[in-house]
Design a protein. Structure first.
Length: 410
């Protein structure tokens, strides 16, 4: 929950802003003038400050500067709202300490987005957005509206670095969004592929940034015993299956077969083998003391091979890989009852995800790789099952289901 202090002298604008800032993730209090705003600022210690600039006196800028001069408030996200739309005024606001600038009259979502952008600039290490959350095959339709029907694809932003985990059908929409965002500049992305089963790579031929010269797409995964990573991607775009070949893509493609950790700016990406037919990986992303773990397509060793010291050790190593993570994106494709008839298929049940999250002492668990036969109501029930199991154990792990377009911040 983000606490926002709104300082706005105009009553109409203040009412509009208060209404916009009433969301499930934001709580707002407001001040009618700058002096009371300064007093509330020191008492409440909000996560963000919204300052309304009145024309022509412009005293709000003095207030902004006073806040920035306070050593205890120098890192406070500040959003300026003003009726002056000129680029020179935007530059001036930024020079005086504002992080975001919103032009009055503003739309409610416009103000909310500005608050999140400012907060993210100051405090967010990772921004995680789900573009595909389904396993096996895409399942669009009215039964999957809330959780989505695209297959696996998760975008992670850390500053200017863009990481992508898997390229199922969800990467098509991600590519459209990136093409718009980078319409005037070149783009570099880092694509980590957990494994090359069809539902985890089938969207790559539709990834728009790969078709633009000047872009660079770095692709990371394991070396297969019988063919290179590049050959695997070349194969799915063979002329028998697709009208465009890998050689036709205009972006620069760089394939890297993983042998150890990958360092991208301030971010370290490590990997671990999972128990799934063929080769499959989990990825751990770390930066500035924060982490997230992407762990999909895994069947617990003890459930497949039976209880033994060996399987116990292997399962403990999997859990240790996610130790103390802020966010565990964990496959939970089956209910416990469904798993009984799907043993050996290389996937987990809901109770397996709970056990992993509890053993790893993860802060948040996001159920992922939803079965194509599960509609929204079924996934709701699986989320509630996991919450109840965790509560029974007296633990405090937040649980939710991954959904297409869901954005989380760490």
């Amino acid at each position: 929950m983000v606490k926002v202090l709104l300082v706005e002298e105009d009553e109409g604008t203040r009412t509009l802003a208060e209404r916009a800032l009433t969301t499930p993730d934001i709580t707002a209090t407001s001040a009618r003038d700058y002096q009371s705003g300064l007093e509330m600022l020191h008492k409440q210690r909000p996560d963000a400050l919204v300052i309304g600039i009145s024309v022509p006196d412009l005293r709000g800028y003095d207030f902004c500067q006073e806040v920035r001069r306070d050593p205890e408030l120098q890192d406070l996200p500040i959003i300026i709202c003003s009726a002056q739309p000129y680029p020179a005024d935007v530059r001036r606001a930024k020079e005086l300490g504002a992080d975001e600038y919103v032009v009055k009259p503003f739309g409610g979502q416009q103000l909310v987005d500005a608050v999140w952008n400012a907060v993210e600039t100051h405090s967010t290490i990772f921004r995680v957005k789900f573009w595909g959350t389904r396993g096996s095959i895409a399942t669009p339709g009215p039964e999957t509206i809330r959780y989505g029907g695209n297959t696996a694809c998760v975008e992670v932003r850390c500053g200017e670095d863009i990481l992508i985990f898997d390229c199922g059908t969800g990467i098509r929409e991600l590519g459209i969004a990136l093409a718009r965002e980078y319409a005037e500049r070149n783009l570099e992305v880092h694509l980590f592929v957990s494994h090359t089963h069809w539902d985890h790579i089938q969207g790559f031929p539709f990834f728009q940034p790969a078709y633009r010269a000047g872009n660079r797409v770095n692709i990371y995964s394991l070396h297969s015993p019988d063919r290179s990573l590049e050959r695997l991607f070349t194969g799915q775009m063979d002329g028998n299956y697709f009208p465009v070949t890998l050689d036709d893509l205009m972006a620069r493609l760089h394939f890297e077969e993983l042998a150890g950790d990958v360092q991208i700016g301030d971010v370290k990406i490590s990997h671990m083998h999972l128990n799934h037919p063929g080769l499959a990986l989990s990825f751990r992303v770390e930066s500035k003391g924060h982490s997230l773990v992407y762990m999909t397509d895994h069947e617990p060793y003890h459930k497949l091979l039976g209880e033994s010291p060996h399987t116990k050790r292997l399962d403990a190593e999997i859990d240790a890989f996610a130790k103390d993570t802020n966010l565990l994106i964990r496959e939970a494709q089956y209910t416990d009852e469904e798993y009984l008839t799907k043993k050996g298929w290389g996937h987990s049940a809901t109770s397996d995800a709970v056990l992993s999250a509890v053993n790893a002492e993860a802060q948040r668990l996001v159920l992922f790789h939803h079965d194509p036969m599960h509609d929204d109501e079924q996934i709701d029930s699986m989320v509630e099952f996991c919450r109840a199991k965790i509560k029974e154990q007296g633990k405090e792990v937040r649980v939710m289901g991954a959904a297409d377009k869901l954005t989380l911040r760490i």
